[in-house]
Write a protein that binds this ligand. Structure first.
Ligand code: NDP
Length: 281
C-alpha cells in the first residue's frame, strides 16, 4: 500500500506508476496550465488527461512551467492520455497518439489508454498500442471502461496485457467482480470519478468516519481507495483541495470502517455504462 503521494506501484510490465494522481477532466484548456503547475509543485507526479478533454496543450504548458519552477525532470513525471472513440482504427490510433504527443509537447507518454471499448472496435486500436509500445514510444499501455467480457476478449488475442483498467469507481460503484478479475490478471484497477464527481461529499455514513479522524469526506474516500490498492486520480482545480486530497497518509481506516464503506455499494454510476454507451460516431 502506498504511504505517500509520490509512492508508486509496480505495473505488470515493471513500470512504476504513482498510486495517486491528478485528473483534469472538465477543465478548460486555459485553466489547465496553472492547475497542472500547482499540482506538480504541491507534490503530484501523475497527471491524467485525454484527447477528448481538449486540454492536452494546457497540460503540456503546466508541465513546462513546473519543470522550470522546480528541480524536476520530465522522467520524474507520469503522464497519461487516451485515444478517443473516433480513433479506434489502427491508423487513426497511431495518428491520435502522435497528435496527443504534439499537443502535450512531449516525446513520450508514460501511459496511453483506450478511452472506451467501442463495441468490438478496440482490437485494431490495441494492436496499434502494442506496436507503439514495442517501438519504445510509450512506457505502458492500458484500457478504460472495459468490462470483464471486454477484457476476456482482449486477453484472448493480446500480445501485451493492459497494465491498468481505468473505470468509474467509488463507494456507490465498487466494481467488485471486475476488481477480482483484474487482480487475478495483474491488471491494476484505476478509479475515475473517485469522489463521484462531488456526489458523495455530503454522505452521512462517511461523514461519521471523517469526523473521528478530523478529515474530510473526500479524504476518507481517497484513503479507502488507497487501502483497497486502487490507483486514484481525484480532480481539483484548487490548490488547497489538491493538498487536502493528498493529505491522507496519516490515518488508517479500521477493518470495520472499510467494511462500512464496502456496504455502500449501489451499482450507481455518474458516467455511461460501457455496455450501453452509444459508440456510434
Ligand atoms: P472526481 O470524482 O475526481 O470529482 C471531481 C469534483 O470533486 C470536482 O467538482 C472538484 O471540484 C470536486 N472536489 C475535488 N476534491 C474535493 C475536495 N477535497 N472537497 C470538495 N470537493 C472536491 O471526478 P472526475 O470525473 O474529475 O474524475 C477524476 C479523473 O478521472 C478525471 O479528472 C479524469 O482524469 C478521469 N476520468 C476518466 C474517465 C474515463 O472514461 N476514463 C471518465 C471521467 C473521469 P473543484 O475542481 O472545484 O475542486
Amino acid at each position: 500500500m502506498i504511504q505517500h503521494l509520490q509512492d508508486t506501484i509496480t505495473l505488470n510490465n515493471g513500470l512504476q506508476m504513482p498510486g495517486m494522481g491528478l485528473g483534469v477532466f472538465q477543465v478548460e484548456n486555459d485553466a489547465t496550465a496553472e492547475m497542472v503547475k500547482n499540482a506538480i509543485e504541491v507534490g503530484y507526479r501523475s497527471i491524467d488527461t485525454a484527447a477528448i478533454y481538449g486540454n492536452e496543450v494546457g497540460v503540456g504548458e503546466g508541465i513546462n512551467l513546473a519543470l522550470a519552477s522546480t528541480n524536476l525532470r520530465r522522467e520524474d513525471l507520469f503522464i497519461t492520455s487516451k485515444v478517443w472513440n473516433d480513433g479506434l482504427s489502427y491508423d487513426d490510433t497511431i495518428a491520435a497518439y502522435e497528435e496527443s504527443l504534439q499537443k502535450l509537447g512531449l516525446e513520450y507518454l508514460d501511459l496511453y489508454l483506450i478511452h472506451w471499448p467501442g463495441k468490438d472496435k478496440y482490437a485494431e486500436s490495441w494492436r496499434a498500442l502494442e506496436d507503439l509500445y514495442e517501438q519504445g514510444k510509450i512506457k505502458a499501455i492500458g484500457v478504460c471502461n472495459f468490462t470483464i467480457a471486454h477484457l476476456e476478449n482482449l486477453l484472448s488475442f493480446a500480445r501485451i496485457k493492459p497494465v491498468v483498467n481505468q473505470v468509474e469507481f467509488h463507494p456507490h460503484l465498487q466494481q467488485v467482480e471486475l476488481r477480482t478479475f483484474c487482480y487475478k490478471h495483474q491488471i491494476h484497477l484505476e478509479a475515475w470519478a473517485p469522489l463521484m464527481q462531488g456526489g458523495l461529499l455530503e454522505d452521512d455514513t462517511i461523514a461519521q468516519i471523517a469526523t473521528k479522524y478530523g478529515k474530510s469526506i473526500a479524504q476518507v474516500i481517497l484513503r479507502w481507495d488507497v487501502q483497497n490498492g486502487v490507483i486514484t486520480i481525484p480532480k481539483s482545480v484548487r490548490r488547497e483541495r489538491m493538498l487536502q486530497n493528498a493529505d491522507i497518509f496519516d490515518f488508517h481506516l479500521t477493518d470495520e470502517e472499510m467494511a462500512i464503506i464496502n456496504l455502500m455499494n449501489l451499482e450507481q454510476r455518474v458516467g455511461p455504462n460501457p455496455d450501453e454507451f452509444d459508440f456510434a460516431l
